[in-house]
Design a protein around this ligand. Structure first.
Ligand code: CMC
Length: 416
């Protein structure tokens, strides 16, 4: 089955290359000389915030690259632990380096009892798991005596802790929301395997573990997206990494960003079947709503992550036919949206479109979709915050003031 997943990823890579062969390759990267002159659009579109060696997205060619390695290669050949090492330390680890890093993750995966105690007191079935996750990270920060050491060295260690512990927290939250006790991490399992077992209380089968691993690799980093930038902005004030990550979690929760993956599933459920897609889409356009899981600020070609997750959604729903209808609805929606908006607005499925169908067919509840994103993106958040910290300068942009400047103060009893 793992071979089958790898073959799907290979085919996705071939398709991605064929469809964007006409786009010119980007030039060689060179040193940037500050200040850079750019035209800034709304939502900071086009703004250059910093330089980085961590990851690269080319929207025209549909490329996603971590430290030089394209996401198709990493998804097929790497694993999440190695990908985290690559993002944090800038190179693929040797065998010993990976073993040491994995051992550290195993050691750090256990979280203090006090954190679980608080979560058990405050998390209810109605709590959004992303809010609970932010609370959990904040408590971890309270309990870590090294938290306020903002040297790169200390922050690197906290980053490794957070990579390990976000999965433990998310797994515990998935259970606590349903009145179940958290379970302990299993030192024999991979990070992806642990995450699944921490959510379900059961050792996952090989295929589920491999697919979660692929999903974690694909979500690990993605340029200056909103949550990464948020994390970096907070960290640039020399606040602590826990506070920075709490902010990143808040940003990722929103439906225009990571929260889109759960909205996609609600939409697909609302549509109900492939037959209803045309009429649903017509109504969405008439009421000027957005189709969740489509469009991207950077990608104007097919998102490479969706190119991998689409076929995996098919594989998983073939395996769990209860969700076949979900997949058929999604495929039809892709066909209709790309037909109507693809050529004109360059709107194609993004990473969030198929990930939910994959997770649903793996038996994961919808509320946990965005936390899965966070369990992975913690790698990119911390890697980029650390890279910036090494040569830190406070982020502090400006706004063009468009209000009055000479208003006369009127006492309250004289105001109409
Ligand atoms: N459905 C319908 N129309 C869309 C969509 C969509 N999903 N996305 C963009 N458009 C239209 C938009 O209405 C606008 O049209 P017009 O020029 O006629 O006003 C045009 O495309 C440009 O939209 P924009 O909002 O200026 O573009 P943006 O770069 O700010 O949008 C986006 C990026 C991701 C916020 C947007 O595409 C969107 O809202 N998508 C749905 C939410 C979603 O799937 N988010 C996940 C993003 S990928 C993963 C992640 O980063 O978390």
């Amino acid at each position: 089955m793992s071979k089958e997943v790898n073959e799907l990823i290979k085919q996705a890579a071939i398709k991605a290359k064929q469809e964007t062969d006409d786009e010119p390759e980007p030039g060689l990267t060179s040193e940037i000389e500050w200040p850079v002159e750019v035209k800034i659009g709304r939502g900071l579109e086009g703004a250059i915030a910093t330089t980085t060696k961590i990851g690269y997205v080319n929207g025209a060619k549909g490329w996603l690259v971590y430290q030089g390695y394209n996401c198709f290669d990493l998804a097929e050949k790497s694993n999440f632990e190695e990908t985290c090492y690559l993002l944090l330390f800038g190179k693929l680890p040797t065998d010993k380096e990976l073993r040491d890093f994995t051992e550290k993750l195993t050691e750090y995966r256990h979280i203090p009892e006090a954190t679980l105690d608080v979560l058990q007191k405050v998390v209810t079935p109605e709590t959004h798991p992303m809010s609970a996750l932010a609370t959990g990270v904040s408590i971890l920060g309270n309990l870590d005596s090294t938290a306020d050491d903002t040297s790169v060295e200390a922050e690197t260690d906290v980053s490794i802790k957070l990579i390990a512990q976000l999965a433990t927290l998310a797994g515990a939250i998935a259970r606590i929301r349903h009145g179940k006790d958290p379970v302990d991490p299993d030192p024999e399992l991979s990070h992806a395997g642990n995450f699944l077992s921490l959510m379900t209380g059961q050792k996952p089968d090989e295929v589920l573990e491999r697919i979660m691993d692929v999903a974690l690799i694909l979500h690990a980093d993605h340029g200056m997206n909103a949550s990464t930038f948020t994390t970096m902005v907070v960290n640039s004030s020399l606040s602590d990494m826990y506070s920075s990550v709490v902010a990143g979690i808040g940003s990722l929760k929103g439906p225009l960003h990571g929260g889109a993956n759960e909205r996609v599933l609600y939409d697909l459920q609302e549509i109900g079947s492939a037959d209803n897609v045309e009429s649903w889409f017509k109504e969405v356009r008439e009421t000027k709503r957005r189709v969740m899981g489509f469009g991207h600020r950077v990608y104007k070609a097919y998102d490479p992550r969706a190119r991998i997750l689409g076929p995996i959604a098919k594989l998983m729903t073939d395996r769990n036919p209860k969700f076949k209808r979900l997949y058929e609805t999604a495929i039809k929606l892709e066909e209709v949206v790309t037909r109507e908006l693809g050529a004109e607005k360059k709107i194609f499925p993004n990473v969030d479109f198929y990930s939910g169908t994959v997770y649903r067919a793996m038996g994961i509840e919808i509320a946990m979709f965005t936390p899965i994103f966070a369990v992975s993106r913690i790698a990119g958040w911390t890697a980029r915050a650390l890279e910036y910290l090494a040569d830190n300068r406070l982020f502090r942009p400006r706004a063009v003031y468009t209000g009055p400047i000479k208003a006369e103060y009127v006492p309250i009893d004289k105001r109409s």
